[in-house]
Design a binder for this molecule. Structure first.
Ligand code: DNO
Length: 354
């Protein structure tokens, strides 16, 4: 496992040297943020970012994300042009030393929460989801928490119209077409693709979502078995689906998990939840069992703490403050150390007894 930390580039209010001061941190997870979706990232830009990271004593081996153009997800004729650009991005990332690219295949929206400032009794805040608030959203004039600047209302309505009639099957076909198009570039560049699960892992606003359950992954790997086709195992996204058995999934796919986002969430009803600090005791995600499943089954990927709370008066991008993610990174490293030593001890006992 390699511990990493998400860094939003030079505009991030968290300086690289602060990230370096979190013990055990090997690198950052970042992206080129000033290019539109579908553009080719120049090697110069990537090398500039890599130098900033390396000068701070950090690696830049994971990109999150190279976004997938909507035309690819929609299966429009223009998709081939965007797939070619994506291939070029993979090649350039490989040249800059990137080993893993995190991306998602969610139509229109990425992660979705109804509140970015859910208040905990201790004064900290985190992201949360409420079905009742979701139902109150005006679908004709969507203003989503955290997404308001992503599209103008006209663009958003246009996109939603383009997706009318899109089925799970058609979206999956388009996903496979995309992956088959980019796998040769991954083979050449030595880059692993790690698809991020849908968050939450169910359809929203009538848009199909196809990466969020065990059967989705089975179908995906059957269709595209290339070993560069892998997973970002995000416990917050998958965990929002009460139907997912996270330790079982971690065990089953450990070797395909090139990147893990470990975080906590607490269910407040059959549908609702809030995010919390990383500890198992703070929610419904059993971090110890997931780490154990990963370690027993050959996980060798990158890891990052994920959404934390805003604590100690920090006024950071919701989910992405320094303090709670730093605490999460330390907690997670403690769990990995304990799990690895438990396994080692048990293996020694087994050898002794046999
Ligand atoms: C949310 C993130 C996601 C993730 C993308 C990957 O905090 O985990 O936005 O970066 O889905 O493409």
């Amino acid at each position: 496992m390699k511990m990493t930390f998400r860094w939003y580039g030079e505009k991030d209010c968290i300086p690289l040297n602060y990230i370096k001061q979190i013990q055990g941190m090997t690198g950052v997870v970042t992206a080129v943020y000033d290019e539109p979706v579908g553009a080719v990232w120049s090697l110069d830009k990537l090398l500039h970012m890599k130098k900033l990271c390396n000068d701070a004593g950090l690696e830049m081996e994971v990109i999150e994300s190279v976004p997938v153009h909507e035309d690819i997800k929609l299966g429009k004729p223009s998709r081939d042009k965007y797939i070619e650009a994506y291939r070029q991005n993979i090649i350039n990332c490989g040249k800059a030393g990137v080993k893993c690219i995190c991306y998602n295949f969610m139509p229109v929206f990425d992660w979705f929460r109804t509140n970015l400032y859910y208040k905990h009794s201790d004064g900290s805040t985190s992201l949360s989801y409420s079905e009742a608030d979701f139902c109150k959203l005006d679908r004709k004039n969507l203003r989503l928490p955290g997404w308001d600047e992503s599209y103008t209302p006209d663009e958003l309505n246009g996109l939603l119209k383009d997706y009318e009639g899109m089925t799970h099957e058609k979206l999956f076909e388009n996903f496979v077409y995309f992956l088959n198009g980019i796998m040769p570039a991954c083979d050449a560049a030595g880059v692993n693709m790690a698809v991020h699960p849908d968050d939450p892992p169910w359809d929203i606003f009538g848009l199909p979502r196809i990466v969020g359950r065990e059967e989705d992954y089975d179908r995906l790997f059957a269709a595209v078995p290339n070993p560069h086709n892998g997973i970002t195992f995000c416990t917050g996204s998958l965990g929002a689906g009460r139907f997912n058995d996270l330790p079982a999934m971690a065990a089953k796919y450990a070797k395909r998990i090139y990147f893990a986002h470990l975080r906590q969430l607490k269910y407040t009803s059959g549908t609702d939840f809030y995010e919390n600090g990383h500890q198992t005791a703070e929610g419904n995600v059993d971090i110890y069992s997931i780490v154990r499943a990963l370690e027993e089954n050959g996980f060798e990927g990158y890891l990052r703490p994920d959404h934390g709370r805003n604590v100690w008066g920090e006024d950071a991008k919701p989910g992405y403050g320094l303090f709670d993610r730093a605490m999460g990174a330390c907690y997670l490293q403690g769990i990995f150390e304990a799990v690895d030593k438990d396994i080692e001890k048990e293996n020694k006992n087994d050898t002794f007894q046999s």
